[in-house]
Design a binder for this molecule. Structure first.
Ligand code: 5GP
Length: 164
């Protein structure tokens, strides 16, 4: 058995189509897809096309490493979506993976009380996740390589003349 879960771009394409089909078969018709940047942007964009939803919103959530502390917690970074935009809407929260589930919990709690319905869709969910997502493509307890983050950022090559 492999020690890592390896998602390629072609497999990602199949995964989101299957995830969208599961959502459609369930009869859930979201008004808004709320993506969690950055990994969730890929999932939200693809689900938006597959479900025919054009209303996409973004939330920036990052795990904050408390200085001199072992406490890590997810924090919302600006711009934070306007809750008025979400009010009484059916919201589908999209992310790449629910690991501890704390990121999705934060977004779920942000929506709760404002929206008509909030459900979560992820490509992967791990067994320890404290949020149980309504829509999951695959369950795994392994570390996942995502195609968008498996490689480091590009660096500028030498010898390129960009300024004339
Ligand atoms: P959480 O623990 O809040 O559910 O997930 C936080 C974030 O950690 C995820 O959105 C993702 O960016 C990152 N993460 C968690 N598990 C994995 C993994 O197995 N592989 C990768 N590449 N990132 C992960």
């Amino acid at each position: 058995t492999q020690e890592r879960e390896n998602l390629t771009y072609p497999l990602f394409g199949e995964a989101v189509r299957e995830l969208a089909q599961t959502i459609a078969d369930d009869g859930f018709e979201p008004d808004i897809i709320l993506s969690i940047a950055r990994g969730g942007l890929f999932v939200a964009g693809a689900l938006g096309y597959a479900l025919g939803v054009k209303n996409l919103h973004v939330m920036n959530v990052e795990f904050y490493d408390g200085v001199g502390s072992t406490l890590d917690m997810p924090v919302m970074l600006p711009p934070v979506p306007n809750v008025v935009d979400l009010s009484r809407k059916k919201v589908l929260v999209a992310d790449d993976v629910a690991d501890t589930g704390r990121t999705l919990e934060l977004v779920h709690d942000f929506c709760a009380g404002h929206v008509a319905d909030v459900r979560c869709a992820v490509i992967y969910e791990k067994p320890q996740s404290l949020v149980k997502c309504e829509y999951v493509w695959k369950r795994t307890d392994r570390w996942i390589n995502f195609p968008w983050s498996v490689q480091p950022p590009v660096v500028r090559r030498k010898g390129q003349v960009l300024d004339a």
